[in-house]
Design a protein around this ligand. Structure first.
Ligand SMILES: Nc1ncnc2c1ncn2[C@@H]1O[C@H](COP(=O)(O)OP(=O)(O)OP(=O)(O)O)[C@@H](O)[C@H]1O
Ligand SMILES: [Mg+2]
Length: 486
């Protein structure tokens, strides 16, 4: 099955690592002479529904480019707790504050150690989570973020490195010269987007903010001008993302995404993977051995499309109305309305009620077509989901002529998904979309680096991330706005 493959050339930012020796060299230079490339090291600590990650990035404050130094990935189910349980993942893994803190601590320590730096060398830590589907209100998510803070502190991160610095003295001495804190201050805008005010709209609001910012940075590496207006999508186990307009100096969020993403392929393979809390990752790894073995076996396009259609019959992809949860994820539609944000979500029935049906379809596919077919179905399914989400955004009038699209998260960028997605989006827009869609690994971690920069006012006017496509740096306009507000 190679449909789409030949005709499109997706802009994919693959995972790239900078070696320890390169980093060491640059660090030494920056410490010896401030005029030489100073490096801002940020750790993104993410408690996901399936994976828990510590990702270390180094941003060259002169060029604004972010390098991934190292990434340590653990399965969140390793933190399964017996007592003190206060939340659970989409896959019903129960977690306690302590179990989260311990997993996070080990993950962060291992990540730093294996790249040859110490936790003390990290300048800033950003915590985020997708584990929100267990709560009935958006507010309760705060408890998970606090558990993440405990884990980071256990690893030796002081609290001041987890909050926005208030004065220039709170910025590491060797980096102070790069901060514009004497002129501008952090007003909540991240990468040129002002977040919705008041109560969060979705449980995983912060993921939406971070991936939008991260995709802006990632796009620089593949030569796409992914500044506002943009539409970002994070296909983790759950869905996150935002749509922005093109206002200056800051764009507004006009759309937000929520609900399920990877949880759907996870359900699809759940009956063919022999594992507690099975996921598509296990399928790739184990049955995935078979997937790889059978990878080149032909799969009939028509058969795949029919199965995807059948799965879609069990899915709800729509503008969220009259609900307090989507895919189990708490949503606040009053807050959305007040902020003029259109909320678009994915669910399987009502709060995942149809996932068992999708598991049955997966079992049937494995039986009648062979398990290798499940990969093809998952790829097609993901591309169809992106297509439908973008189509709804279009119907709701949220897309501008030049809105760029960015996708991150394993459930959105692995396998043949970029090719299939481009094929569908090109048909939807009636033009070849290769230059208008960015696919990136580690979008969220790159966003953590960008958020860290915004909080420290480390802008790069010659290579701006904020502002609009084709435009220049918005610092002048920000100065004016902030003077007015003072
Ligand atoms: N090849 C694949 N096809 C489809 N889905 C996949 C594939 N590989 C992994 N996934 C799914 O992607 C999800 C994991 O991605 P990721 O690690 O980005 O999510 P997460 O951060 O744990 O979740 P969240 O951010 O929602 O809390 C899982 O649901 C996983 O099964
Ligand atoms: Mg995630």
């Amino acid at each position: 099955m190679l449909f789409g493959r030949e005709r499109h050339n997706p802009r994919v930012l693959k995972p790239q690592r900078m070696s320890y020796s390169d980093l060491h060299y640059i660090l030494r230079l920056s410490r010896g002479d401030l005029s030489l490339r100073p490096i801002f090291i940020v750790a993104s600590v993410e408690l996901g529904n399936t994976t828990t990650k510590a990702i270390l990035t180094a941003t060259d404050l002169k060029s604004g480019k972010t390098y991934v130094l190292n990434k340590t990935v653990k399965m969140t189910r390793e933190a399964k707790a017996q007592e003190g349980v206060f939340c659970q993942t989409v896959h019903a893994v129960e977690l306690s504050e302590r179990s989260i803190a311990e997993l996070v601590c080990h993950t962060l320590e291992e990540c730093a150690r294996s790249v040859g730096i110490s936790v003390a060398d990290i300048h800033f830590v950003v915590r985020s989570t997708g584990v929100t589907a267990c709560f009935s209100t958006v507010k309760e998510v705060e408890g998970v973020i606090q558990a993440l803070a405990k884990g980071c502190m256990l690893a030796g991160v002081p609290p001041r490195k987890m909050i926005s610095p208030m004065t220039i003295e709170n910025i590491p001495a060797e980096l102070r010269a790069f901060s514009r804190m004497d002129k501008t201050y952090f007003d909540g805008a991240v990468a040129g987007n002002i977040p919705p005010s008041g109560e969060p709209i979705v449980g995983n609001e912060m993921e939406g903010e971070l991936v939008t910012a991260g995709l802006k940075e990632a796009a620089k590496w593949v030569g796409v001008d992914y500044r506002n207006p943009v539409l970002s999508l994070d296909f983790g186990t759950t869905l996150a993302g935002r749509i922005t307009d093109d206002e200056l100096p800051y764009a507004h969020v006009i759309g937000s995404f929520c609900g399920l993403a990877g949880a759907i392929p996870d359900a699809l393979v759940s009956k063919v993977v022999d594992e507690n809390f099975p996921t598509m990752l296990d399928f790739q790894r184990k049955a995935g051995g078979a997937g790889a073995r059978f990878g080149r076996r032909r799969v009939k396009e028509k058969v795949v499309k029919e199965y995807v259609e059948e799965i879609f019959n069990h899915l709800v992809v729509e503008k969220v109305k009259g609900r307090t949860r989507m895919g189990g994820v708490p949503v606040n539609i009053d807050a959305a309305r007040k902020n003029n944000v259109v909320l678009i979500g994915v669910d399987a029935g009502v709060n995942r009620s149809e996932l068992p049906k999708i598991a049955e379809i997966g079992e049937e596919i494995a039986r009648s077509e062979g398990i290798h077919c499940l990969n093809a179905v998952a790829d097609e399914l993901s591309a169809c989901l992106v297509e439908r989400l973008v189509e709804i955004a279009m119907e709701e009038g949220l897309l501008m002529r030049n809105t760029k699209i960015g996708i991150t998260g394993r459930a959105g960028i692995t396998g043949r998904k970029p090719f299939l997605t481009l094929e569908k989006l090109s048909a939807l827009f009636g033009r070849k979309m290769d230059d208008e869609v960015v696919f990136a690994d580690d979008g969220l971690a790159r966003g953590a680096a960008v958020l860290g920069r915004c909080m420290h006012q480390f802008g790069t006017p010659e290579n701006p991330i904020g502002g609009v496509q084709g435009g220049g740096c918005v610092m002048g306009k920000r100065l004016k706005l902030q003077r007015k507000e003072k």
